[in-house]
Write a protein that binds this ligand. Structure first.
Ligand code: GTP
Ligand code: MG
Length: 224
């Protein structure tokens, strides 16, 4: 495994990523609701926390403690001790949470191993087609820029999730935020729902790997 990769603990996804998340850049996961984006974030956070690294986890969706318990396999207390959880209630609070996470990572007092932003675009989406749209786009752009700078400075993986919209012209599901979100993420993975618990991760952008895909399943204890 290359030294600059941080495994998520989801085997097929790590293989797809050439060993795991890149440690000096942003990885974007996008896909429709229920595709498993949050589960991947929880798997990665759990793995890092159990390796005694701090995880800054910014959750805009109300993360399920039951799912975390299932994924942590009886070690949930240990995981919670290393999780720095922020639960912003607006885009402005999300921006503050991102700044706080970046400061923690950069000051080096605690060994932060991962920053998670799930979802980056929940509050941003609420600004679309309103008077707040430009401000929302600027706020999200600044957050992603700060995360990029922190990932590079601290040699740290950053994992963020993105919601999708249906392009009426092509019929495709596309990630929100357009080109600036796509440029901020060095790695982009789309997760497709197949039948039942089956999911397919598609590597749509990577600095050193070509387009490829891998399948995994959602199980009662996480992802396999
Ligand atoms: P949004 O946040 O709504 O965009 O979705 P997401 O992509 O983050 O999905 P999430 O990671 O929350 O995945 C939830 C999926 O896991 C849903 O499809 C659930 O049906 C499924 N799920 C949750 N618990 C279980 C379980 O115990 N067994 C199985 N097989 N599936 C489960
Ligand atoms: Mg989710």
């Amino acid at each position: 495994m290359p030294a600059d990769r941080c495994p998520t603990g989801v085997g097929p996804l790590d293989q797809l990523l050439g060993g795991g998340l890149e440690t000096d850049g942003l990885t974007e996961l996008y896909g429709e609701g229920g595709s498993g984006k949050t589960l991947v974030c929880l798997e990665a956070a759990t793995r890092l926390a159990l390796a005694d690294r701090w995880v800054c986890y910014i959750d805009t969706e109300g993360v399920s403690v039951d799912r975390l318990e299932a994924i942590a396999h009886g070690h949930v207390e240990q995981v919670l001790q290393r999780l720095l959880l922020a639960t912003p209630k607006s885009l402005a609070e999300q921006t503050s949470a991102v700044s706080a996470a970046c400061s923690l990572a950069r000051d080096g007092k605690r060994p932060v191993g991962l920053i998670v932003l799930d979802s980056a675009t929940f509050y941003y989406r609420l600004t679309l087609s309103s008077d707040e749209e430009d401000a929302g786009r600027q706020a999200l752009g600044r957050e992603l820029a700060e995360l990029v700078a922190t990932a590079i400075a601290s040699h740290l993986p950053v994992l963020f999730t993105n919601q999708v919209w249906r392009n009426q012209r092509t019929g495709d599901l596309e990630p929100l935020g357009g080109s600036f979100v796509n440029h901020a993420a060095k790695t982009v993975v789309r997760i497709d729902r197949l039948g039942g618990a089956r999911r397919r991760a598609v590597l749509v952008k990577h600095r050193s790997l070509g387009e490829a895909s891998a399948e995994f399943r959602i199980t009662s204890t996480g992802l396999s």
